[in-house]
Design a protein around this ligand. Structure first.
Ligand SMILES: Nc1nc2c(ncn2[C@@H]2O[C@H](COP(=O)(O)OP(=O)(O)OP(=O)(O)O)[C@@H](O)[C@H]2O)c(=O)[nH]1
Length: 762
């Protein structure tokens, strides 16, 4: 047996320290008496010296290794008897022989621990002697007994250590035995840390465990014991106890039951652990979780938790409610929620998600649309974060919240649209003010109207008289060239001449009823006459009346919105209807003003008696002749002896004659020629674009026509002649009109001089 094994064994049995054992000392005393020897020893052979676990009759507790007789016993693992050391070859120089204690006789047997020789049990005498086989056998028995004793001592030591550990551990050990009913048979000493009560008090039944358990927890504790009694092998209970000094603890009792062969409960071994700190954390955590849940419920937030690596998503009920989904039927795969995301938002969402997973953003915060079960889109704001990453820093779990921001988002979109609407209303008004053309203004804004109304088709129409009936004049329309039959409409539209006059249809219903028409199923509307032949299918229609002072003045037609038209759409577009009503009104006002102005101008330029232009009109008309590229003729016509007519037949008859001249002038002159009454019985003529001979003939003809006419008055038939003075003005002449007129007047004077009823040239 090598030295290492021996030393390990000594260490294992905790014998390396020379610690004497009183019991073994007594045994050695008895052994020495039996052998009638002065010294008896239990020795252990250490690394550097031999030491004694027990000794009798020797003062020293150790010797040098090289002097040790027992070392020989260990080395040969066999008994050693030296009858007279003083003459023994190996020992006669040994200091223990030559000096104190003057050993002469030695008888030793090996001391084995776990079959390893570690020392010896020996008797020593200071005089030479012999030993019988019987005595040697006795020595061996004592050695075996010492070995057994040391083993037990070692085990006891170990148990004591374990006991110490247990006593210091937070776990209290307990045992119940079921002898005559279940009763606590053991409890470890450390129970006093919890109960402030010595374990003895419980062991000796001076106190009962149940007295320390709070009444509210007693049921849980009894339930555990009852469970074991009815055959349950392992159990666990949590309950509250109150110590003798009134401190409250949460404890956890983990127990295991042992049963007899016939199945009867024999014992319960249990561990009672102070669980207060954990329990406190648990309670706090539960409270916090409850508060969080309450907060989440109150805030209306949906929650989600996505394990990216295993692709398992968990959501709360609110998450499902937002999308009208059944919570129980939620599918945890990401494929499920991905297919609910609006196609237009998919790319942006993925990019934002990737940025966060790559660690480029602190939070994953974005807005997108998800499809509600009912078919509409819900605007969702998501706010999340990677909560777990693996050892390679790859994201494992992402968790966050969902907020339904549809109302906010729609309000924002509405506001944007309203701004757009106002801006294009302003634009339409500005175009109208600039060009004075309402159709231009309507055409300019039509594309924007279809865009903000989310529609495919649109038209803006105004009620105007056309072919003797009120018709809808189309200022602007999106698309007309849908087939070859519509080319005529396109042409009319381009000429600004497109009128709809048949109102026995869906859009006509807006005009006849003067009311808003919303139809998301035009096919089944009673007024619908079907989509016009060749027109792309109309599957939704919104007709908005344009009203002015309670009367309809026009309408806007919209068709094929992506989703249903609603009263909200009509309300949204009302400002446009009002603006158009205002523009229609402004146009009407402007046209009326122009007409009135025209009339006033006409009045100022017209001779009231004859209805032909007056002197002012004649002079204004002639003013534009200044740069005439051709020559012209100015003529003045005067009724002969008109005073006489007045005097003879009365002033009224004179008026009739003057009117006759007016009619004759219009009748005899060509449409390009111009005539006016200068005043009294004097008229002026302007004849352009012709030869002077032709003018001569024309004027002569006029003169003759007048003289041939008879005016029937109340008293008599009157006829008159006229004298005409004419002046030819060649092209390029720069002379003043008044001088030219004066020249014509000179010619007239000559005609009068010449006997009247004739034409004279200047
Ligand atoms: N009934 C009527 N008479 C008018 C009107 N304006 C002018 N007179 C008259 O016309 C007459 C013009 O007369 P005069 O200038 O003397 O010339 P006359 O009698 O035509 O003679 P001659 O021109 O020399 O041929 C006057 O008696 C005016 O009162 C009118 O609007 N109605």
């Amino acid at each position: 047996m090598n030295e290492v094994t021996r030393l390990d064994t000594i260490a294992e049995y905790s014998l390396q320290v020379a610690e004497e054992d009183p019991s073994l000392n007594q045994l050695l005393a008895a052994l020495a008496q039996l052998f009638d020897a002065p010294i008896a020893l239990v020795s252990l052979i250490g690394a550097d010296f031999q030491f004694f676990k027990a000794r009798y009759g020797l003062a020293a507790d150790r010797t040098r290794l090289e002097d040790a007789f027992c070392a020989h016993v260990v080395a040969q693992d066999a008994p050693l008897v030296v009858e007279d050391a003083s003459i023994h070859a190996d020992f006669h120089h040994n200091p223990l022989v030559t000096g104190d204690p003057h050993i002469r006789f030695y008888a030793g047997v090996p001391l084995q621990l776990n079959h390893v020789p570690v020392g010896a049990v020996c008797v020593i005498d200071k005089v030479p002697r012999t030993v019988s086989a019987l005595q040697l056998a006795l020595l061996e028995k004592v050695s075996a007994h010492v070995s057994h004793y040391l083993t037990l001592w070692h085990q006891h030591k170990q148990l004591q250590q374990e006991q110490d550990l247990l006593e210091q551990s937070p776990a209290v050990l307990m045992q119940w035995r079921n002898l005559h009913g279940l009763s606590l048979s053991y409890v470890s000493g450390n129970i006093d840390t919890l109960f402030d009560l010595p374990a003895e008090a419980l062991r000796q039944k001076q106190a009962v465990l149940e007295d320390f358990i709070l009444p509210s927890s007693l049921n849980d504790f009894n339930f555990l014991l009852t469970n074991h009694q009815s055959g349950v092998a392992a159990a666990e209970a949590h309950f509250q106890i109150k110590s003798r000094n009134n401190k409250l603890f949460w404890v956890k009792l983990i127990s295991r039951a042992f049963f007899t062969n016939d199945g009867r409960l024999d014992a319960i071994h249990a561990m009672l652990i102070d669980h207060t700190a954990n329990r406190y954390t648990e309670v706090k955590l539960t409270e916090t979780n409850q508060q969080m849940r309450l907060l989440l419920d109150a805030s209306g937030l949906g929650t989600w938790d996505w394990n990216i690596q295993s692709d398992v998503s968990k959501v709360n009920r609110r998450w499902c409610e937002m999308l009208g989904l059944d919570y129980e039927l939620f599918d945890s795969s990401s494929l499920f929620w991905r297919q609910l995301i609006h196609p237009a938002d998919q790319t942006g969402l993925d990019a934002e998600l990737q940025r966060h997973l790559d660690g480029k953003t602190l939070v994953f915060n974005t807005v997108y649309r998800m499809k509600h079960q009912a078919g509409h889109w819900v605007w969702i704001e998501t706010y999340g974060k990677v909560v777990t990453r693996d050892s390679q820093q790859q994201p494992v779990r992402l968790a966050g919240t969902h907020r339904d921001i549809t109302a906010k988002k729609e309000a924002e979109l509405l506001e944007t649209k309203q701004r757009q609407l106002l801006s294009f209303i302003n634009k339409a008004q500005a175009i109208y003010l600039r060009t004075g053309d309402l159709s231009d203004a309507c055409r300019e804004v039509l594309a924007e109207l279809t865009e903000i109304a989310d529609s495919q088709f649109a038209f803006i129409g105004q009620m105007l008289p056309h072919n003797g009936q009120q018709s809808l004049f189309i200022h602007a329309i999106t698309e007309l060239s849908w087939n070859e039959h519509s080319s005529q409409l396109v042409e009319l539209y381009q000429q600004g001449q497109l009128y709809f006059d048949s109102f026995d249809n869906l859009f006509g219903k807006v005009i006849t009823s003067q009311a808003l028409i919303i139809s998301n199923e035009p096919a089944s509307h009673p007024a619908a006459k079907g989509t016009p032949v060749g027109h792309p299918k109309i599957f939704r229609f919104l007709g908005l009346p344009i009203m002015l002072k309670d009367g309809l003045v026009g309408m806007i037609g919209l068709a094929n919105k992506f989703s249903d038209y609603s009263a909200a759409d009509a309300a949204f577009l009302q400002p446009l209807c009002d603006a158009l009503a205002g523009l229609f009104y402004a146009v009407e006002q402007e046209q009326a003003r122009v007409r009135a102005e025209e009339q006033l101008k006409n009045l100022a330029m017209t001779d009231p008696l004859t209805g032909i232009p007056n002197r002012r009109a004649f002079i204004e008309h002639c003013a534009r002749l200044k740069n005439s590229p051709t020559g012209y003729v100015l003529a003045i016509l005067d009724i002969d002896h008109f005073k006489r007519v007045n005097d003879t037949y009365g002033h009224a008859a004179g008026d009739e004659v003057i009117k006759l001249i007016g009619r004759k002038l219009q009748f005899c002159l060509r449409s390009d020629d111009y005539s006016a009454r200068l005043g009294g019985e004097e008229f002026a003529l302007l004849i352009e674009h012709t030869e002077i001979d032709m003018v001569h003939l024309l004027l002569e003809n006029l003169r003759l026509e007048i003289s041939a006419e008879v005016v029937n008055t109340a008293d008599a038939d009157v006829s008159v002649t006229v004298s005409i003075g004419a002046r030819y003005v060649p092209a390029g002449e720069v002379e003043d009109l008044h001088l030219q007129m004066a020249d014509a007047d000179v010619a007239l004077y000559k005609a009068k001089e010449n006997g009247r009823d004739c034409l004279m040239w200047f």
